[in-house]
Design a protein around this ligand. Structure first.
Ligand SMILES: [Zn+2]
Length: 819
């Protein structure tokens, strides 16, 4: 801290010294967002609520699908009923043909940027002739697979009342021309007949597909089929964009309508099917024993096996050419997915949710033997934990079932059904083990994917445009649920988990269209999750945040919110102006780095010369003496000391000697004060408080509250919260006055002592600065690995090693992108 004195000034405080130049670079970090958000209207109002004329379309599907296991091909007839609730008359309808993304001439394949930052781009050095570019074996496998296989939709017929409808395929979209324009409030029915070859998920990395297990004793062959983005789905028609017909590039997910589904899937008779919706014909596809086990599961304490490990193993050995047809129905869902395999074991446990909407939900998991104990112990329990936590923050889970299915997809969500990747590792002694990372991955991914039932399956945001609206909100809540499950596991959603990304140079704002986002994980998952954490724990507090977040969820349950609806609702319902927060965290790439540069300690002048001049003299004497004078004194006295007889007046007095002239001035100052001024002055002088001025600079650009951890000389500590609004006039630098009692001396101040604001440099938060703890390790120089550097004469004598265990396999760990 730096010592100084504090003189009284008039009430019109001058802060101009804190303001550097504003002309030419002025940016108002608190400017209201209304200036850039879409204008409110009758469909979505200024409060962020559905407006009084809100509408959305309804699309019902009746699908009969056949899975040809040998050909790995789906053939289907799809009856679609489209209800136009918009105020517009529609001449044509657009459908999404997501399977067409795999076609060699798709925009996704043609526009794949080599060397760009992307899912499969080579790491670096393309075009640098001295170093090779990199192409992963996985990417080569994908190219070879797509070259060797016929992929994409085979659209066989589009008809209405038996008559062909004109249809035009545009990449991953298809326009169907209606025989007569569809008026507001009217419905139309038509049929699409189609087929496609199911892609191999491990080769293509597609959020769905089949996985084939090696045909050996250890793995036992057989496939798991995950069917998603599998049927032509209607493009959403909205009040803000009309047809949201944006080509599917693989990243931006889906923009969908709600509707009712009746789906029949004909599969090999020994397959077990898990699906969106409720099974309609259990007597035809399940044994009496399996149905009894399902009944038992409703009230069981732990999951009950409907298909046991032994039964699944038996199914795996045989195979069959017989088929069975499973029938499912789902009401008011935005999508439909399913899974089928003879490898599946199946466990279930009832969840008594209470409430009026859906008092009972059946939680179920489907997994092969490779899932092992990891799945048996944690999958279904994680589903129930998710519903318990998420419902508290939003609304009761509205569907009758919630499922987790193991397959080749790392993590992906659909209504009532999720695909989750982690598995156990088979050891040589036949046991199956899993690491802490795999355990965390399983619990975390099940919570995350089941959590997506709330966002975006029910709060139906536009995923093609805004990944953060589902992934960010969902990652925030999966972090809440994860930490309520086991706080000792790092779930990766703390403010400290995003600092490295926020300081990096390869960034775009969260408010970036999904396909254009750089580094999707930190951008659309972790950063918005951390931001909402900060909003909840630090800025609004739990009560205000939870109220506003629940309000958003309730308002948009089974409806379609946009970003502005979220921003507006959170502000309206919490009553707190958050425009600066949305601006900083969602619309900019600024980061948080608040530095505490200097602290002055000041003491109030008494104006009494007998007191103040003595203090000045003391201060002067406290300064170090000149080295020259010290050394001169060591070797002998100065002339003045050697000749004391010639001392005069000035040797007896110094510049702080008080005369009556000053005393008279002091007395007339006191007399000139009005009675209230005198009272205030006398009190300030007698209390003789400590006045500290803390000087902060904003090095990251993001304005945030300044949270102070104060430590006093008497050992006590205190936390102070300075709202972000302190930065409103001078966003680069601010000063804060802290006044303490005379005996309460400040010895240390730390900004953000609990790491709750995502401050990227915590070292400049300490005043005084601390020694930074770090590590150093020794290393041994390694010899050159260049070709010319080899000891070729020695190497030439090396014998060729024979394979000792030819069949030895390395277990391949799957870590798909969690979606
Ligand atoms: Zn996700």
């Amino acid at each position: 801290m730096v010592g100084a004195t504090l003189a009284l000034v008039g009430s019109s405080a001058v802060y101009a010294d804190a303001v550097k130049q504003t002309k030419g670079k002025y940016e108002d970090k608190f400017r209201q967002l209304e200036e850039i958000l879409p204008t409110p209207n009758v469909y979505r109002n200024a409060a962020g609520e559905p407006g009084h004329a809100y509408w959305q379309q309804k699309v019902d599907y009746d699908i009969k699908a056949n899975l040809d296991e040998a050909k790995r091909r789906i053939t289907a007839t799809e009856d679609i009923t489209y209800t136009n609730n918009s105020p517009d008359t529609l001449k044509y309808l657009w459908l999404q043909l997501d399977q067409n993304i795999f076609k060699p001439d798709s925009i996704a394949n043609m526009a794949n940027n080599f060397g760009g930052i992307g899912r499969r781009g080579p790491a670096a050095a393309a075009g640098d002739a001295s170093r090779p570019a990199r192409l992963s074996l996985g990417e080569l496998r994908r190219q070879q697979y797509l070259t060797d296989n016929e992929v994409g939709y085979d659209i066989q017929a589009v008809t209405a009342n038996g008559k062909a409808l004109k249809h035009t395929i545009v990449g991953t979209l298809m326009r169907v021309d209606l025989p007569t324009p569809l008026k507001p409030g009217k419905s139309t029915e038509f049929t699409v007949q189609w087929a496609f070859n199911i892609v191999e998920e491990d080769a293509v990395s597609a959020r769905s597909g089949y996985e084939h297990f090696p045909d050996d004793e250890r793995e036992g062959g057989n496939d798991i089929f995950l069917l998603a983005q599998w049927f032509p789905r209607l493009v959403a028609y909205t009040d803000y964009e009309a047809w949201t017909n944006k080509e599917f590039l693989g990243r931006g997910e889906f923009t969908l309508e709600f509707g009712d589904y009746e789906v029949e899937m004909t599969v090999p008779a020994d397959h077990i099917v898990s699906s969106t919706g409720v099974l309609q014909n259990p007597k035809q596809v399940l044994t009496a024993e399996q149905r009894a086990r399902l009944e038992e599961a409703k009230t069981a304490k732990r999951p009950v096996f409907v298909v046991t490990a032994e039964e699944a193993l038996e199914n795996e050995k045989e195979g069959t050419t017989d088929t069975k047809t499973w029938k499912f129905e789902a009401e008011n869902v935005r999508d439909f997915a399913w899974a089928s395999s003879r490898k599946f074991m199946w466990d279930a446990k009832g969840y008594q949710q209470g409430g009026n909407d859906m008092p009972f939900v059946m939680a179920m998991s489907f997994y092969p033997k490779e899932g092992g104990d990891l799945w048996k112990k944690y999958s279904t329990e994680s589903i129930i934990h998710t519903m318990e936590v998420y419902s508290r923050f939003s609304f009761d889970y509205p569907d009758p079932v919630a499922q987790s299915v193991n397959g080749p997809v790392g993590g992906m969500e659909y209504p009532m059904i999720t695909f989750n990747g982690p598995r156990t590792t088979l050891q040589d002694d036949g046991s199956r083990t899993y690491s802490l990372a795999e355990k965390r991955f399983l619990i975390g991914v099940v919570i995350h994917e089941v959590g997506h039932n709330y966002f975006p399956m029910i709060v139906n945001s536009d995923e093609r445009q805004w990944t953060w609206m589902d992934e960010g909100l969902n990652s925030f809540l999966d972090g809440v649920a994860g930490r309520e499950w086991d706080p000792t596991i790092p779930w990766g959603v703390e403010p400290r988990d995003i600092t490295g990304y926020m300081k990096s140079n390869t960034q775009v704002p969260i408010m970036t269209q999904s396909d254009s986002v750089l580094r999707l994980g930190p951008n659309a998952y972790t950063k918005p999750a951390a931001a909402l954490n900060i909003l909840r724990e630090t800025i609004l507090g739990r009560e205000l945040f939870d109220y506003a977040f629940k309000e958003y969820s309730m308002r948009w349950k089974h409806k379609r919110p946009t970003p502005s609806d979220f921003f507006r609702t959170m502000e309206e319902a919490s009553g707190v102006d958050l425009d600066w927060f949305w601006r900083g965290w969602f619309f900019s790439t600024d980061h948080v780095d608040i530095s505490l540069d200097r602290i002055y300690k000041m003491r109030m002048d008494t104006k009494d010369p007998d007191i103040d001049y003595a203090r000045r003299r003391e201060e002067e004497h406290a300064k170090p003496t000149s080295l020259t004078n010290i050394r001169n004194k060591e070797i002998g006295k100065t002339w003045v000391e050697l000749n004391p007889d010639v001392k005069d007046f000035h040797d007896e007095n110094d510049r702080w000697t008080v005369t009556n002239k000053q005393r008279n001035k002091y007395n007339s100052f006191l007399k000139g004060l009005k009675p209230w001024e005198r009272k205030v002055f006398d009190r300030a002088v007698s209390e003789d408080k400590n006045y500290y001025v803390l000087e902060f600079s904003n090095k990251g650009g993001l304005v945030m509250p300044i949270i102070l951890g104060l430590t006093y000389a008497d050992g006590t500590t205190e936390k102070q919260y300075i709202p972000a609004e302190i930065w409103r006039r001078t966003p680069d630098a601010v000063k804060k006055l802290i006044v303490t009692d005379k005996n309460k001396e400040l010895v240390q101040v730390v900004v953000d002592p609990d790491w709750e604001t995502a401050d990227t440099d915590v070292e400049n938060n300490h005043y005084p600065r601390r020694i930074v703890p770090s590590r150093v390790e020794t290393y041994k120089r390694s010899r050159s690995s260049s070709l010319a550097g080899r000891d070729l004469m020695q190497e030439a004598t090396t014998k060729l090693k024979k394979d000792e265990k030819k069949d030895e396999k390395t277990s391949e760990k799957k870590e798909g992108d969690a979606s």
